[in-house]
Design a protein around this ligand. Structure first.
Ligand SMILES: Nc1ncnc2c1ncn2[C@@H]1O[C@H](COP(=O)(O)OP(=O)(O)OP(=O)(O)O)[C@@H](O)[C@H]1O
Length: 303
């Protein structure tokens, strides 16, 4: 278990984190989701043992970060949001540099370098200088550097920002592989789709506060009931309000109802009777984005 207990963090007068608590089961992938400036990186740095000055405590298994920081750090591979590599060195030399920092040497280091290079798909570029790499390749190498000491907890802070789709998919494969090997992944992002795809449980964070925490299905069940989406000529908000709670969404309307299928039938009958031909009429399965909107009143993308 990784137990985060009452974490608060101030930068001067700014409260970046406000009394955050949650628990992560080991061997699962936890997603920390929130808009820019929500406090994700601050929490990731605290979890990684990089940021030391904070209130609260973190427990990893039987250790406490306030007492056993070094033991916990040995279990952690931290991939920061900013790429942290030496551009003028080759991929190999960067890996050696990081491996040495983790206390790896000789044959053991070589073996782990070979494994990691295979994992991040950069074996054929090992002798090239990092300055010749694309953003996605640098990101993958950065991940590789953090995996050399085989950490059981991998913390990734927005690893897919600004990279090409191929590298993005490659990072997803790395995460799936790490999960299959039993690692715990802590993954922050403001891309809801990624978190939905990868994570078993999530924490929604906004303005330094944990708005919600739980398993994905639990949160969807709790906040985002299926509804209907309808769009087309002659389809108007006032008319839809006769069938349930209606609101504008995109180029159409969402109609919330406790019995969406029954409402669908009634709507179809209404449209037939009034010769309306909706361009789209479908069941809308809510997403994480909708949960965030329900909780904060803001769209994550615009927040
Ligand atoms: N070293 C610092 N000194 C002062 N303020 C900081 C510092 N680091 C972060 N902040 C502030 O703390 C708040 C939370 O920042 P943080 O980087 O943790 O958010 P975030 O959710 O990771 O955002 P992003 O997605 O943009 O990286 C922001 O208001 C930010 O400006």
């Amino acid at each position: 278990m990784i137990k985060v207990e009452n974490i608060s963090k101030h930068y001067g007068s700014l409260q970046a984190l406000d009394n955050i608590s949650f628990t992560i089961t080991e061997g699962t992938c936890f997603g920390l989701v929130g808009p820019n400036g929500a406090g994700k990186s601050t929490l990731m740095k605290i979890l990684s043992g990089i940021l030391l000055n904070f209130d609260g405590d973190i427990h990893v298994r039987d250790w406490q970060v306030s007492k056993d920081r070094l033991k916990i750090k040995q279990q952690i591979g931290y991939i920061p949001q900013e790429i942290c590599l030496e551009d003028t060195l080759t991929a190999r030399d960067n890996l050696i540099l990081f491996g040495n920092l983790y206390g790896l040497k000789g044959k053991e280091l070589q073996r782990r370098m070979d494994e990691v290079l295979d994992q991040i798909g950069l074996t054929d570029r090992v002798k090239d200088k990092v300055m010749t790499f694309s953003g996605g390749m640098k990101r993958r190498l950065n991940i590789g550097c953090a995996l050399l000491h085989k950490p059981s907890i991998v913390i990734m802070d927005e690893p897919t920002v600004g990279i090409d789709p191929q590298s993005r998919n490659s990072i997803f494969s790395i995460i799936h592989q790490l999960k299959a090997e039993g690692s715990t992944i802590i993954y922050s992002s403001h891309y809801m789709e990624e978190v939905e795809l990868l994570c078993d449980s999530i924490g929604l964070i906004d303005k330094g506060q944990l708005m919600e925490f739980g398993r994905m299905e639990e949160l969807l069940e709790k906040y985002a009931k299926p509804s209907l989406f309808i769009a087309g000529e002659g389809i108007e908000l006032e008319m839809l309000k006769n069938f349930g709670e209606a609101e504008a969404k995109g180029n159409g309307y969402l109609l919330n109802s406790d019995e969406p299928l029954l409402t669908l039938e009634k709507l179809v009958a209404h449209c037939r009777e009034h010769l309306l031909e909706p361009r789209r009429l479908e069941l809308y399965q809510p997403r994480l984005e909708d949960i965030f909107f329900n909780l904060t009143g803001t769209q994550l993308r615009d927040a």
